[in-house]
Design a protein around this ligand. Structure first.
Ligand code: GAP
Length: 516
C-alpha cells in the first residue's frame, strides 16, 4: 500500500473508533492539534504506564517528577533555547509554502535511502535464505554509490549548519535540485532562522517584564530540580529523574497527523553520572531503550520487529550534546525519529549554575570531591509512540471463506480495552451472568460489555479496536461455571473456568508480559 494511503487509513480508523479526533472539529479544526478520544486516552495511559514501569519502577536509582510547564524565563536563556532553539526555514515563492530547510534535505536523502531499500528487497528475493544484507550493502555498486551520495550531502549540510552558513544551506537545496512539493518549482527564498518557543505573558504584567515561555522540552524542569531531588531523596550518582509531560514548539510546519505537533507530550529521563562515565551510560541507555521498544513486538514476529527500528547517529549535534542518536521507526511516511538518546555533558547544570548563582553539584565520597554531574538523557515523544503502535498494528486480514476483517494487533498489555464480555444471547440469564464476569475483572482492567448484534459482529468490533480477549458467556456457563475465551490474533477459543479467569487474563494481557 502507498505510504500516504496507509497514513490516511490510520487517521480514518483512529477517528472512526474514538482514538484521535481533530481538535475543535465543530469549528473546522485547528491545524496540527488533536484530541485523544475514549480509546486514545486509554492507549496513551498504557504507553505511559509501560514507560514509567520500565524506567522508574524497574530502576532503584530512578525517581519521578512532575514539574510545572511555566518556568522562570532565565531557564531558557541558560539552556540556550532563547538564542539557539531555531529551525532554518525557507519559503517557496510560487506556492507561498513554508518548509524547514533541513527537512527538505532529509526528505531528499530519504528518497535515496528508499532506492537502497528497494535494491536490498530485490536481492533478498533473488538469493533467499543465503542473502547477507550487510555484505550486499558493503559490496553492491549501486548501494555503495548511493551511500557515498548520502554521506556527501550530510557532510555538506553539517559543515554549513556548524558555520551558521544559511546561504550554504540554500545553495545545497539548489544543488540537489529540490523542488517544492506543491508548486514543483525551485524558486526559493533565502534561508532564515526561526525560534520555536511559544511566548505568553504572566499575570497582569504585560510587555517584556511578564514574558514567559511554554516549555519546549520537559528536561529543564528536571535540571532545575536536580539538587532538590538529590538532597530530599538522598540520591547518589549515578541516578535518574523521569518525567512525563506536555511540551510546546511553534513548529514551522506541523504535519503528518500526530507525528509533528505544536503541543505534544514527552517522556524524558535525565541520568546524572560522574564526569568521564557518560560514554558508558550513553551506550547502556541506547541498548536499554531499543530493548524496551522491541519487547513490544510491534509488527508481529521478531524479524518484523527488528526491521521496524534503526539507530541514526547525529551528525549535527545540538548545542548541549557530545553524542546523540535517534531511534528511528518505520512509520507509514518512512523511517523517522521516535526517540532520542543524548549525552548532554554538564552543559545544562553548569549553565544553570552560572545564570542562577546557585551551586548544582554532587559531593562524591569516593572521589572525595564535588563536581557538576554529566547527563545522559532518553527522550521519547508519547504521541509518536502512539502513532508507532497504531500504524504498525492496523491491518486487513483475508479469512477463510473469502471474508475479511480489520484487526488492530496492539500489544495486549497496551490495548485500550483488555477484555470484552459478551453474553451469547440477550436472555435466559446470560446478561446477568456476563455482568458478574465483568464485575470480577473491571477493577483491574478496562473491560467492555456488549450484548448488541450477532456474536460474529461483536467479535469484529472488538478486533477493530484491538481488544485482545473476548469472553463469551453461554448457556453452558450457567451449569459448568466456564466461559469461552477468544484470542484476537489467532481467533482460537478455549474454555476457561470462571474461577481461573483472573489468572488467565493477567497472563495474557498484564504488563508483566512485556517484562518477561
Ligand atoms: N530534551 C531533548 C529533546 O527534547 P528532541 O529530539 O527535540 O529532544 C525528543 O525531542 C522527542 O520528542 C523526539 O524524539 C520526538 O519523539 C518528540 N518530539 C519532538 N518534537 C515533536 C513534535 N513537534 N511533535 C511530536 N513529538 C515531538
Amino acid at each position: 500500500m502507498a505510504q500516504d494511503d496507509q497514513l490516511k487509513k490510520v487517521i480514518g480508523h483512529a477517528k472512526e473508533y474514538g482514538f484521535v479526533f481533530p481538535s475543535s472539529e465543530i469549528y473546522d479544526g485547528l491545524s496540527a492539534a488533536y484530541d485523544y478520544g475514549q480509546l486514545g486516552v486509554e492507549l496513551k495511559n498504557n504507553i505511559k504506564s509501560y514507560w514509567w514501569t520500565a524506567m522508574v519502577r524497574m530502576h532503584e536509582n530512578i525517581v519521578g517528577l512532575d514539574a510545572s510547564i511555566f518556568m522562570h524565563p532565565k531557564t531558557w536563556k541558560a539552556s540556550g533555547h532563547t538564542d539557539a532553539f531555531n529551525d532554518p526555514l525557507i519559503d517557496n515563492k510560487d506556492s507561498k509554502k513554508r518548509y524547514r530547510a533541513d527537512v527538505l534535505i532529509e526528505d531528499h536523502i530519504g528518497k535515496i535511502e528508499a532506492k537502497v531499500a528497494k535494491d536490498v528487497k530485490k536481492a533478498q528475493k533473488r538469493f533467499g535464505d543465503a542473502f547477507d544484507k550487510a555484505e550486499f550493502l558493503a559490496t553492491n555498486g549501486n548501494c555503495l554509490r548511493r551511500q557515498a551520495e548520502i554521506d556527501g550531502i550530510n557532510e555538506k549540510f553539517k559543515t554549513a549548519m556548524e558555520a551558521e552558513d544559511l546561504a550554504g544551506v540554500k545553495a545545497l537545496i539548489e544543488e540537489l535540485g529540490i523542488v517544492c512539493p506543491v508548486s514543483g518549482t525551485r524558486d526559493w527564498t533565502d534561508v532564515r532562522q526561526f525560534n520555536l518557543m511559544f511566548k505568553t505573558e504572566l499575570g497582569a504584567v504585560s510587555g517584556d517584564a511578564g514574558l514567559i515561555y511554554l516549555r519546549p522540552e520537559t528536561a529543564q524542569g528536571i535540571f532545575v530540580n536536580f539538587l532538590n531531588v538529590q538532597k530530599s531523596g538522598r540520591m547518589r550518582l549515578p541516578f535518574g529523574i523521569a518525567q512525563i509531560g506536555k511540551a510546546f514548539r511553534n513548529e514551522i510546519i506541523a504535519r503528518q497527523f500526530i507525528f509533528r505537533m505544536r503541543e505534544f507530550e514527552q517522556m524524558e529521563m535525565q541520568f546524572f553520572v560522574a564526569p568521564g562515565d557518560q560514554a558508558k551510560w550513553y551506550a547502556y541507555w541506547k541498548e536499554q531503550r531499543i530493548a524496551w521498544h522491541k519487547a513490544l513486538g510491534l509488527g508481529g514476529d521478531a524479524a518484523g520487529t527488528d526491521d521496524l527500528y534503526r539507530f541514526h547517529d547525529h551528525i549535527k549535534l545540538a548545542h548541549y550534546a557530545d553524542a546523540a542518536s535517534d531511534i528511528e521507526f518505520d512509520f507509514p511516511m518512512g523511517f523517522k525519529e521516535l526517540e532520542g538518546v543524548h549525552s548532554r555533558t554538564d552543559f545544562d547544570l553548569k549553565a544553570h549554575e552560572e545564570h542562577s548563582g546557585r551551586k548544582l553539584r554532587f559531593y562524591d565520597p569516593e572521589r572525595e570531591e564535588s563536581y557538576v554531574p554529566y547527563v545522559v538523557e532518553t527522550s521519547i515523544g508519547l504521541d509518536r509512540m502512539f502513532l508507532a503502535v497504531l500504524s504498525s498494528s492496523l491491518r486487513e486480514e483475508q479469512l477463510e471463506g473469502g471474508t475479511e476483517r480489520t484487526v488492530m494487533s496492539i500489544p495486549a498489555a497496551l490495548a485500550p480495552v483488555k477484555v470484552a464480555v459478551l453474553p451469547l444471547l440477550k436472555k435466559d440469564g446470560l446478561p446477568e451472568k456476563a455482568r458478574e464476569v465483568l464485575q470480577l475483572l473491571k477493577l483491574n482492567y478496562n473491560v467492555q460489555y456488549d450484548e448488541k448484534d450477532a456474536i460474529g459482529r461483536r467479535y469484529r468490533r472488538q478486533d477493530a479496536i484491538g481488544t485482545p480477549l473476548c469472553i463469551t458467556v453461554d448457556h453452558e456457563t450457567l451449569t459448568d461455571g466456564a466461559v469461552t475465551v477468544r484470542d484476537r490474533d489467532t481467533m482460537l477459543q478455549e474454555r476457561v473456568s470462571i474461577a481461573d479467569l483472573a489468572a488467565v487474563v493477567e497472563r495474557k494481557v498484564g504488563m508483566a508480559t512485556l517484562f518477561s
